[in-house]
Design a protein around this ligand. Structure first.
Ligand SMILES: CC(C)(COP(=O)(O)OP(=O)(O)OC[C@H]1O[C@@H](n2cnc3c(N)ncnc32)[C@H](O)[C@@H]1OP(=O)(O)O)[C@@H](O)C(=O)NCCC(=O)NCCS
Length: 193
């Protein structure tokens, strides 16, 4: 199995699928701030880099398990998706990308998708990560994805609490410093824990 939410496998497709404009949505954070959630586009490279540039080392570590190289090939990989096998949504306010959530279907089990979330540090703890999760889950269900899988560092308490708050059936695989969390978007998709 190739996991690519964290790494560009190289040699991959850099063309985008047809932009699903109907998947755009407007949401409001708990503090009343308006946020536009929309599918990522091929021209979002500079906005995505600006988001990673403002992330703290801790957030970069929690997201990538390392401080990533910001080369243009990797950014192109993250911004060019087919909106089915690979999908990402961004949260935008005042012209800046302040959050991104993505899935990548597992090559050997396409009803399962690996997911990852990033929220700018100054927007964390305001409910944006939860809104991105709910939006990504709704779009995934519409494409017959039944399970989200996430690799989370064991000390990433905020991400783990967010998953718990979704109240979705889940199982956890302990892999040392990393936990693999499986969340059932369809209640029958996972065997009982
Ligand atoms: C993990 C991450 C995506 C979570 O996003 P977030 O926007 O901070 O998450 P939320 O704001 O939705 O939830 C965080 C807090 O808001 C609170 N909250 C969320 N929705 C709420 C609501 N409706 N009412 C009251 N409180 C709420 C939660 O209690 C939570 O507090 P806690 O962290 O003390 O438990 C974000 O912190 C991040 O990008 N971290 C760095 C990268 C990372 O770890 N990525 C995960 C790799 S898979």
């Amino acid at each position: 199995m190739v996991r690519t939410v964290r790494e560009d496998p190289g040699g991959g497709d850099r063309t985008s699928g047809t932009y699903p404009a109907a998947d755009e949505a407007d949401v409001v954070l708990r503090d009343g701030m308006a946020m536009h959630l929309r599918p990522i586009r091929g021209d979002d490279g500079s906005g995505l880099l600006a988001l990673y540039d403002r992330l703290s080392l801790e957030s970069l570590h929690f997201r990538f398990f390392a401080v990533p190289d910001k080369d243009s090939g990797k950014v192109a990989y993250l911004t060019h998706v087919d909106y089915d096998r690979r999908y990402a949504i961004v949260a935008e306010t005042a012209g800046a990308i302040v959050g991104v959530a993505r899935w990548e279907r597992l090559s050997d089990r396409p009803s399962h998708a690996e997911v990852a979330f990033t929220v700018a540090d100054d927007f964390q703890g305001r409910g944006l990560g939860s809104l991105l999760f709910q939006r990504l889950a709704a779009l995934a269900r519409a494409r017959e994805i039944t399970v989200f899988e996430a690799e989370v560092l064991k000390n990433n308490e905020r991400m783990l609490r967010l998953f718990t708050r979704t109240a979705l059936p889940s199982t956890t695989r302990d892999q040392g410093s990393v936990l693999t969390i499986l969340l059932a978007l369809d209640p029958d998709a996972l065997p009982p824990a």
